[in-house]
Design a protein. Structure first.
Length: 153
């Protein structure tokens, strides 16, 4: 039997591969599931006498009921489920909003442009609820809006 060589299946004609500035060709190391965190070292358990000797006071132990109440109070006000909205605004207003985000995102703590716009919408919704509905949320938020443009526009 004769041995046949495998055909050369290299694609040619596209030039040399570009190397990205500082980009590693193997992006799999960036995936969170591939990262490993160092194991936590076990903390020594100290007796009350050792704690007094060191001069550190123990924090009071909270009951599980108080802890669950604290977690409920610290829950984020925004829902975890997100939905996309599309709106049309004047181009100069769009530019103002984008500029405001770029200039203030670090100082205000906005993680993304979407987070920034959501905070603007949330503030305006709270203002309208306070002015027209005694601070309570309006009902019917999931009902469809009227289609098309208003006739006077």
């Amino acid at each position: 039997m004769s041995e046949q060589q495998a055909p050369d299946r290299t694609i040619r004609g596209f030039g040399t591969a570009r190397s990205g500035a500082g980009v590693h060709p193997d992006a799999s190391r960036l995936l969170a599931r591939n990262r490993t965190s160092p194991p936590m070292a076990p903390q020594p358990v100290r007796t009350d006498a050792e704690v007094r000797e060191i001069g550190v006071e123990r924090a009071p132990v909270a009951s599980p009921r108080a802890e669950s109440r604290r977690q409920v109070q610290q829950a984020p006000p925004r829902a975890a489920v997100k939905a996309q909205i599309n709106v049309m605004v004047a181009s100069d207003l769009r530019a103002r909003i984008r500029s405001a985000y770029r200039a203030t995102s670090a100082a205000e703590g906005h993680r993304s442009f979407s987070d920034f716009v959501a905070s603007l919408l949330e503030a305006e919704a709270a203002r309208l609820e306070a002015q027209y509905n005694d601070g309570q949320r309006f009902g019917g938020g999931e009902q469809p809006l009227a289609p098309g443009r208003p006739l006077d526009a």
